[in-house]
Design a protein around this ligand. Structure first.
Ligand code: 5GP
Length: 193
């Protein structure tokens, strides 16, 4: 997606350890106009797949997932990373190792929000090694829901996430694909740049 690539070129900052900081428009301050366009892109790709729920993980997946859900006219569910006192019903849970925080956390969704009737589009802000997406897939599996596809805002293609998800037979659609963050420079795959 051209606007996203241009915004990353303008405002993205490369941190060491292969991490891209996009906190001025995705992960902290959020650009709603760009987010809406991203939601429309995801919806355009998945509109004929009978999606009934969009599922993401808090916090930075929520904005793109919400706009995608609005375009598809379906509910958005975000998996929680910490158990809330109000979540007293039965939970679907999975362990996720966080690439950026380097800790394992338990993510959960109330069982009542996902069922075997659901066709799910998973959305997240970044794809690195695929652990967040794998955790969300596990929650869907526990509910018997079918994962129809994965929508990613920024894929770091030099990490293993896409391969892991494609080996599970899943369609992965990324709005920007980064080939390299070496030497503090963002390099995109040619078709995106
Ligand atoms: P994965 O689970 O695919 O290894 O990593 C994806 C998750 O880690 C995303 O939900 C995102 O929060 C975080 N993440 C991974 N790489 C980056 C990055 O380069 N920048 C930022 N801001 N977050 C990242």
């Amino acid at each position: 997606m051209k606007e996203l690539v241009e915004r990353i070129q303008k405002d993205g900052r490369v941190l060491g350890e292969g991490v891209l900081k996009v906190d001025s428009f995705v992960t902290h301050q959020v650009d709603p106009v760009l987010m809406e366009k991203m939601g429309q892109c995801f919806a355009e790709v998945f509109k004929d797949q009978g999606i009934t729920k969009v599922v993401t993980i808090e916090a930075s997946g929520i904005a793109p997932a919400l706009f995608a859900a609005k375009e598809l006219s379906v509910p958005m569910i975000f998996a929680r990373k910490a158990k809330s006192l109000t979540m007293n019903e039965e939970l679907l849970t999975a362990s996720v190792y966080s690439f950026t925080k380097q800790v394992t956390s338990t993510i959960s969704i109330s069982r009542k929000f996902l069922s075997a009737k659901d066709k799910v589009l998973i959305i997240d802000d970044f794809l690195a090694n695929g652990q967040a997406a794998k955790g969300l897939i596990e929650l869907c599996r526990q509910a018997g829901a079918k994962v129809e596809g994965i929508g990613i805002v920024i894929e770091k293609s030099f990490q293993d996430g896409r391969q892991l998800l494609e080996e599970m037979g899943l369609q992965v659609v990324s709005l920007a694909r980064i080939a390299s963050l070496a030497n503090g420079q963002v390099e995109f795959f040619e078709e995106d740049a």
